[in-house]
Design a protein around this ligand. Structure first.
Ligand code: SF4
Length: 457
């Protein structure tokens, strides 16, 4: 009888995709996935450090699962494992702080999962791999382990070289590497052939694709820079090739970085219908002083210039972003500059975070001078502003026909289905479950604070 694994995923799309990779790796080793943690021989938590006290949450979740298993007298057989950013950052400390954890797998060790499990099967009390290499290979998987049959994630870069002072990613994901273009194109074509309607190209900073990680391979028809046997390409070139060659109806990408985002990307997006009308370009702050302390590598003016290039596009591109409020040293004046920048940009959506320090980052050593109360006040004020902006931005869709990829039955009403537009807005409309996985033309009839509502047209 095959063994069963249960996998719980926290955090971003990158983590969701890593879980798909772990699923692929385990399925090849004779494991079968279960959705019931009480029935599993191996319980893996794929962790994220974007939220505060991430490690502590891992220990409490494991204690909770252990308790539930003990109640059912299923305590003996399960192996508890931790993967993702907490595993990478905490490493051996996880063993020290929880005797239940027997497996720790860093962000580049997914392909080693079978060997790590074998070590445990051979009687080793613990197994760990948190090695990070700037030359690590990308782990290739099949389409059949994707979470859905219509949307798929494709990794194009991993790691980050930017070292923003608040961010732990360069320490947990390592140096930036670009996956060979041929592998990406191949994967995209195979997903299209299998009927996938949409892909999301993933990377901590997709815009720096090809700029820092070198690889070998030929890139026919692309204006890459040849260096001996190595050829480099840029994100814009890759995007154009995918648009032309993949056969995919919808291509989205995330996340962009203002320093590396350029007009060529906008030109390419404008030139190909299957490149969706959405750019997520995080600013983090509207104050040059704070941007410097964050080590973002651009000024507010430079950021606005990039935004203006997006607004000049022929297509109506929707713009979303991230802002951190209450970064150490942020004054009222700094925050007011963020407010005015947000008003100037007019985001279609904004993720607002209250600053909290992450271990091992430079900003963790700064004096966290903004009180929790002030952080909350600023959060509310910015949120309120964004709501007003968003209402206005969303209203331009009223009466418009939009293309929706239907993803499931609405959580609010069983007679409605839900999906995303090409501009990445959530939209609900009355429809039958057999629409799931298909593209539908929907007329927008109503604007909600964070979504649209419509009817089949
Ligand atoms: S660019 Fe993004 S992933 Fe890289 S360090 Fe900055 S915030 Fe983190």
């Amino acid at each position: 009888m095959s063994k069963k694994f249960y996998l719980e995923t926290y955090g971003c799309q990158m983590n969701v995709h890593d879980s798909e990779k772990a699923n692929f790796s385990l399925s090849g080793s004779g494991y079968e996935q279960t959705s019931d943690p009480l029935d599993a021989d191996l319980i893996l938590l794929n962790t994220c450090m974007v939220r505060e006290k991430a490690a502590r949450k891992v220990y409490s979740r494991i204690a909770e699962l252990k308790h539930q298993r003990r109640e059912l007298k299923r305590d003996s057989a399960a192996v508890f494992g931790v993967m993702g950013c907490v595993a990478q950052a905490e490493a051996e400390r996880l063993f020290e702080r929880s005797s239940d954890i027997r497996l720790v797998m860093g962000t580049q060790a997914i392909s080693k999962l079978p060997q790590l499990i074998e070590q445990l099967d051979q009687g080793f009390p613990r197994a760990i791999d948190v090695h990070l290499s700037k030359d690590a290979d990308f782990y290739e998987i099949n389409a059949d382990v994707r979470q859905t049959t219509h949307i798929a994630y494709i990794t194009i870069t991993e790691g980050c070289n930017k070292f923003c002072s608040f961010c732990i990613v360069p320490y947990t994901r390592g140096r930036e590497r670009s996956r060979p273009a041929e592998k990406i194109i191949q994967e995209a074509k195979s997903l299209a052939l299998q009927g996938f309607k949409e892909v999301h190209l993933l990377g901590q900073n997709v815009n720096s694709y090809g700029l820092s990680g070198r690889y070998r391979g030929s890139l026919p028809g692309v204006g890459g820079t040849a260096r001996g046997t190595e050829e480099l390409t840029t994100f814009a070139h890759l995007l154009e090739r995918l648009a032309v060659e993949s056969g995919l109806p919808r291509i989205k990408y995330t996340t962009s970085h203002p320093r590396d985002f350029d007009e060529e990307i906008v030109r390419v997006m404008d030139s190909h219908d299957n490149l969706c009308e959405w750019v997520h370009l995080p600013a983090q702050s509207g104050s040059d002083r704070v941007l410097r302390a964050m080590r973002r590598g651009y000024t507010r003016r430079e950021y606005i210039e990039k935004i203006d290039s997006i607004k000049r596009a022929r297509k109506d591109l929707s713009i979303t972003g991230d802002i951190i409020v209450g970064f150490p040293g942020e004054t009222d004046d700094d925050f007011n500059q963020t407010l005015s920048m947000v008003a100037e940009v007019g985001y279609d959506g904004l993720y607002i975070f209250k600053y909290s320090p992450r271990p091992h980052t430079p900003a963790a050593a700064y004096i966290d001078s903004v009180t929790e109360e002030v952080k909350t006040e600023r959060f509310m004020k910015l949120n309120e502003l964004q709501h007003r902006i968003q209402k206005d931005r969303y209203s331009r869709y009223l009466g418009r026909k939009v293309e929706v990829l239907v993803e499931g039955v609405s959580a609010r009403s069983s007679s409605d289905v839900v999906g995303h537009t090409r501009c990445n807005k959530v939209i609900n409309f009355p429809g039958a479950v057999d629409l799931v996985g298909n593209l539908a033309a929907v007329k927008v009839t109503e604007i909600k604070p964070n979504s649209l509502y419509g009817s089949l047209s």
